[in-house]
Design a protein around this ligand. Sequence first.
Ligand code: VG1
Ligand code: CO
Length: 543
Amino acid sequence: MTTKTIPSSPFAGQQPGTSGLRKKVRVFQQPNYSENFIQSIFDVIDDKAGTTLVIGGDGRFHNRIVIQQAIRMAAANGFGRVLVGRGGILSTPAASHMIRKRGAIGGLILSASHNPGGPDEDFGIKYNISNGGPAPEKITEAIYARTQTIERWLTVEAGDVDLDTLGGIEVGTMPVEVIDPVADYADLMETLFDFDAIRSHVAGGFTMAFDAMNAVTGPYATEIFERRLGFAPGTVRNGIPLEDFGHHHPDPNLVHARALYELMMGPEAPDFGAASDGDGDRNLIIGRGRFVTPSDSLAMLAAGAHLAKGYATGLKGVARSMPTSAAVDRVAAALGIPCFETPTGWKFFGNLLEAGKATICGEESCGTGSDHIREKDGLWAVLLWLNILAVRKLSVDALARAHWAQFGRNYYARHDYEGIERARADALIAELEAAIPALAGRRIGSLLITGADNFTYADPVDGSISRRQGIRILFEGGSRVVLRLSGTGTQGATLRVYLERYEPAGGELDCETPAMLGELIAAAETLVRISYHTGRSAPDVVT
Ligand code: VG1
Ligand code: CO
């Protein structure tokens, strides 16, 4: 074993955000940088001697380098075994499943999710614990604290592992197994969903376009959709993972998955369209001529989940992140099950899933998942949609309309202002926080503010408190404006403004979202002075 001393003073600025540590590739390429972070993770894992560690990533630029570093460091730190996906590939949901299935102590997932990849773009490292979920705040804070004091990292002198050949090898004295990243995950999906029903729906002419965005889901989607479910070859588009995602943002939203959106709105549209992100935990759902907002998708999946065999006995509860629309709350009320509201980031669902309080969880940012693993899961969401559609034999549009007719419709949009100067973003939040006490009772046009706060979450399982998780301004009738700063950006600050308006059943259910949100957008500008603070007259991204 070799001990490497970190020459300069301890690193600063390694504060992990919403989901692990994300920085530019160039930052990770600095001597000792990745090693420092990985060693800090290893230093806070108790009783690791002899245990199994899972390692994999989304295939982006720099993935293989960090995997080799991490394997050598794992050997020096006394782990008993490393499991690594072939080609260095493991989607985030597949890694979560592998950690659980193989009884690993945890896993390193190398990804910056939906952020672009390449030498000048982003890289990331996140640590998942033995239940397969993202490390909770208690652990990410301990890792961060360790990065501030660490003086050495441990490695063994050994060559690179051949990541492209399945099988076993030793690094130092530690066995390393290169495993098929897809098979276990695809098998898990077969236990949850009725593949026969979907196969016969496909045989009956049901068609799909799935855009893997040249990211990690390509091999998974090809196996599951084309090989196991019988969708036509070519159903999976951009199915080869590329180190730079073909110069695109692997972010499945209406901006970056524009080609899919246009296909689905055009005359050649298949019945169903979907996409996933860099690391495979997000999903975008578009029916022929009908985009489904992620918040609505969560509600529609919760309402129909009992049609899939994995959820036939019903849901114990549902959970959504605070900025996610309240559409799922109405489904939960109708089903007579609890609905939890958590801060942004999947780690907050972990305790609810572990305690059996929630079965399905979701976020407005295209994240949906269930208690089958401890991460959000893009292909899982697509398969649940396919299962529901195969049973109900409805189009996406017809299903959405039936849903709104029963529950009402939550018109919803998110406006992102990217790369703002940090000080200006902080000033905006500070000004708004100071204004909170005087907001309730104020009227803006026809809108009446009924309350406002900076969201505090008290975890119902372990009682931990997370403060200042986003400012919510609530209006009469169920409309809301929510504002928070991103914890995953790598350049300046990103302001997210979430807008929601509720129309009850029997109301205006068939309108265009921008028109329905116009008054709320104007009210947000009046209250927050977004253009003054950001220097922008319009958001950079609307989803
Ligand atoms: C964003 C989303 C959040 C999501 C997080 C990680 O965080 O808003 O809902 O959990 O990304 O997603 P932020 O702090 O930038 O708003 V990802 O697909 O790791 O896969
Ligand atoms: Co992701």
